[in-house]
Design a protein around this ligand. Structure first.
Ligand SMILES: C[S@@+](CC[C@H](N)C(=O)[O-])C[C@H]1O[C@@H](n2cnc3c(N)ncnc32)[C@H](O)[C@@H]1O
Length: 292
């Protein structure tokens, strides 16, 4: 679950999309429409930890008629997966080579111009390790910085650097907030959740991860900088129809808990046995929109 394969991201995409808080999406949409009315041309959005482009696919259909996106990730394989997935998703597309001497297959070396319904969406790809650079120059030139399921990987100290440098509105969606329920319940649920959270706080490249506290930490840091912040819940609410995702989630949690060595393997295996066929599962997430 922590390797972020494009298969895992594809499995969670439909549930991610339906779980986003609609009130917050409406606030972000209204803000971008206001930009359009005061300044013609494309609105520019930067997506941090873009993975295979799910955040763009959720937002572009509700955003302005003309949009330019910069998709940022440290994993070139996922950037290439985003490139391919966006071409498949769009109604029409043009690939523009940035450097005529290189092949346009590598996502970072090309720009996409997509049509989806009535929208024109220009997409740039940037391979960058955000652990090394908490703020990219492109963010200062954008109208909106966004990230989905990303900030919980970062650390309190990184979030501090990020919040100090941020000058643009931030829409952060689907940050895991630690709330989790399963049906059927079991005697070890609490112990497994605690061990999972221990794993969530281990280093994911940014120092000891903020994990389930990340959204709250960042919200408070931005409030200290006098950003206005709207906060809403965006839980995954899953039933039998979401079995492929709940099953992989249960395997991922069990693997993470085993890695911590905090619980006997048998306890984890028993937990996994009852959860991989769970009839219901909710996973808490927080969405927020912060504007300076
Ligand atoms: C849980 S995935 C979310 C992907 C995507 N936003 C989505 O909603 O499907 C986290 C993403 O953060 C990226 N990531 C992790 N560490 C990073 C780093 N140091 N710099 C840039 N991206 C990073 C991963 O490669 C992965 O694509």
């Amino acid at each position: 679950m922590n390797s972020f394969t494009s298969e895992w991201l594809a499995l969670r995409e439909p549930v991610d999309h339906r779980s986003r808080n609609p009130k917050l999406m409406a606030s972000v949409k209204a803000y971008l429409q206001h930009i359009e009315s005061s300044r013609p041309g494309a609105v520019h959005v930067v997506d941090l930890g873009c993975g295979s482009g799910s955040n763009l696919r959720a937002l572009a259909p509700v955003f302005n008629e003309v949009q330019e996106w910069t998709l940022v990730d440290s994993d070139p394989k996922l950037l290439n997966a985003a490139h391919a997935a966006l071409l498949k998703w769009s109604d029409d597309s043009t690939i523009v080579k940035n450097d005529p001497h290189t092949s346009a297959h590598q996502s970072q070396e090309s720009q996409l111009i997509l049509k989806k319904h009535s929208k024109k969406i220009i997409v740039n790809f940037q391979c960058a390790d955000l652990a090394k650079e908490a703020h990219l120059p492109i963010m200062a030139k954008s109208d909106l910085v966004t990230a989905a399921a990303f900030f919980d990987l970062t650390s309190d100290s990184w979030l501090k650097k990020f919040s100090m440098a941020l000058t643009k509105p931030l829409y952060a969606t689907l940050s895991y907030n630690g709330a989790e329920t399963w049906d059927p319940q079991g005697p070890d649920d609490q112990a497994v959740l605690q061990a999972f959270h221990f794993h969530q706080r281990t280093d994911k490249g940014f120092g000891a991860a903020s994990g389930p506290n990340a959204a709250n930490v960042l919200i408070n840091l931005l409030k200290d900088r006098h950003f206005d912040v709207e906060v809403e819940d965006s839980p995954w609410v899953m039933n039998e129809l979401d079995r492929p995702l709940t099953e992989q989630l249960a395997f991922g949690i069990a693997d993470a808990v085993k890695e911590t060595g905090l619980l006997p393997i048998e306890t984890v295996e028993n937990w996994l046995r009852s959860k991989k066929t769970a009839s219901q599962c909710t996973v808490g997430h927080t969405d927020f929109f912060a504007y300076p």
